[in-house]
Design a protein around this ligand. Structure first.
Ligand SMILES: Cc1cc2nc3c(=O)[nH]c(=O)nc-3n(C[C@H](O)[C@H](O)[C@H](O)COP(=O)(O)O)c2cc1C
Length: 159
């Protein structure tokens, strides 16, 4: 079984999760960035496609949303796994439904939230200022859920 993982990541956490998935699968996976090499990758040769990215203000990065829409028909013929990364422990179902095409959400054999993290060293300018106000300080936020990534890998292996 051949697997493709397409991710979109601003801060790097979703990329790390995508790489962990590939490392955890018995047959491995090809990992591509939705903003860079995904459009050059022919999905015809893959049986399973995993899609995921980091939520910013309730939205997945535009490149991943566009990728899903442009490839909607081809993706609906595959085994599908979806993941989201974010620091908000609630409303995941809503985030899946508002960011992935309905057909993909319905088709997905596995859907998981992997937690998230905010590293202040990565934030600049107005974004750093806004986050500092919102989070009442400049402490990094660590809400990673590595066990969810492992559970996702096990669930993908089982389909
Ligand atoms: C400006 C900004 C907005 C964010 N908005 C959300 C949000 O709406 N919901 C959420 O769960 N997490 C939110 N987060 C947390 C990110 O989803 C988290 O940092 C995640 O790890 C990002 O993934 P990435 O590192 O792959 O970009 C936000 C983070 C930043 C910096």
């Amino acid at each position: 079984m051949k697997t493709l993982v397409v991710y979109a990541s601003k801060g790097g956490y979703s990329r790390e999760c995508a790489q962990k998935i590939a490392a955890g699968l018995t047959n491995g996976a090809d990992v591509v960035d939705a903003k860079k090499d995904a459009f050059k990758t022919d999905i015809a040769s893959y049986d399973t496609v995993i899609l995921g990215g980091g939520i910013l203000a309730g939205r997945l990065p535009g490149a991943l949303r566009r990728y899903c829409l442009k490839n909607a028909f081809a993706l609906e013929q595959k085994r599908i796994g979806l993941f989201i990364c974010g620091t908000d422990p609630e409303n995941h179902e809503k985030v899946f439904n508002s960011n992935y095409p309905a057909g993909l959400v319905e088709k997905a054999a596995v859907k998981k939230w992997f937690g998230g993290r905010i590293l202040f060293a990565d934030q600049k300018g107005i974004m750093r200022f806004v986050l500092k106000k919102m989070l009442k300080g400049e402490n990094d936020v660590h809400a990673e859920q590595p066990e969810a990534v492992q559970a996702f890998v096990s669930a993908i292996e089982a389909i």
